[in-house]
Design a protein around this ligand. Sequence first.
Ligand code: NDP
Ligand code: 2IT
Length: 448
Amino acid sequence: MALKNKYLIDLLETVKKRNQGEPEFIQAVTEVIETLEPVIEKRPDLVEAGVLDRLVEPERQIVFRVPWVDDNGKVQVNRGFRVQFNSAIGPYKGGIRLHPSVYIGIIKFLGFEQVFKNSLTTLPMGGGKGGSDFDPKGKSDGEVMRFCQSFMTELCKHIGADTDVPAGDIGTGAREIGYMFGQYKRLRNEFTGVLTGKGLTYGGSLARTEATGYGLCYFTNEMLKANGKSFEGKTVVISGSGNVAIYATEKATALGAKVVALSDSNGYIYDPDGIDLACVKQLKEVERKRIKEYVSTHPNATYTEGCKGIWTIKCDIALPCATQNEIDGESAAILVKNGCWCVSEGANMPSTPEAINTYLANGILYGPAKAANAGGVATSGLEMSQNSERLSWTFEEVDAKLHGIMVSIFNACDSAAKEYGMEGNYMAGANIAGFLKVAEAMKAQGCV
Ligand code: NDP
Ligand code: 2IT
């Protein structure tokens, strides 16, 4: 989409110049700026208040050394990050990614998107993100613990229950959150809701584990309903086999769909009988094994090396739940050619701009990540509420609140898209609705 507004063209140029070598961040900002053009045309007061100029620059970026000792007694050094992007509507909130590909550009794109996503949840949370280039894969529990303790030894100086509340993301699950929480408590001598995604024995919320995948299906279901469709009897392809993919598979199946494929960074499985989720949970959550092990107990299933091929499987609905830019223009075109009519994003920014253009040009129902995967952080917000009141709610209570939030997010995206003349473009709707709340708060708080 070509921008016409001079202010936005100049702003994007500045962002590109200032953030060279960070293509993912520039990609995320470009998408938002392009969809905000009609809002900026209508709201000169927001331009005057410099809201967007401020919004594209993180409030604070912390980069630090994370030294730890491996099982052979050798010193290892990783790099740690926390980007506190925007606190206009609440304390910084967002996950911690542990993956070798992590560098500042990845954390900034995630932190930027988190600002809009958290705004959409209707809960009072600002946006932030953190992580490290540490790879938990193949490490012993002891190594992971020593890394997490070292990471938190520095991070604890910058976070707090009313300041910045990290959580999980790729490579950070219950085990890592537990080690980080223990170290925070030890260093600060306080038991607070400083992290979410905690274990149920020490302040975690029921349904947080399920929340992103379930929330994705609740959002998608609303989008389908609004367009006269449903999950019932549909064939679904889901990428990844981590936290989000597993619980998306569970809920999509419960809603009547058949999930036929999952993947990891090595390859994908295809099971025409429908994925046996108990087996996947055992392999991934308990044994920490590779997805290819699935075929050794499921003779009708096949395993194929390489991740991209998963998008060549014929399906009605595709739910990318692995990582950024996993669907490019070519894969999007294949999905369309094979009859796929809905793509809804569990992962953050899983579709390249070319893929998104292909969805929009072909009338695909497209659920953008900021809205579709907001159920995880929304339930983190509910964990914070429970920690503050020192109570815990039942699974049913949390799940019902999550469902209500996802319905309201869909309605917000739908209405904003309609109001700005882009009916059915939920990406534009999500960016506009998410932006407006943050923008009003930033304007009201003056030039800070
Ligand atoms: P997990 O670490 O539990 O699982 C990640 C999955 O994606 C694994 O199957 C992993 O395979 C695969 N994957 C990771 N990196 C790559 C890569 N570079 N190429 C191919 N496959 C890859 O993470 P989550 O399930 O928590 O996160 C998945 C996505 O959902 C991420 O984009 C995350 O930001 C997003 N998300 C997560 C939320 C949460 O609450 N956890 C909330 C909202 C969004 P392998 O094991 O081989 O690495
Ligand atoms: O991308 C995300 O929204 C997450 N990884 C969850 C963040 C959170 O604070 O629960």
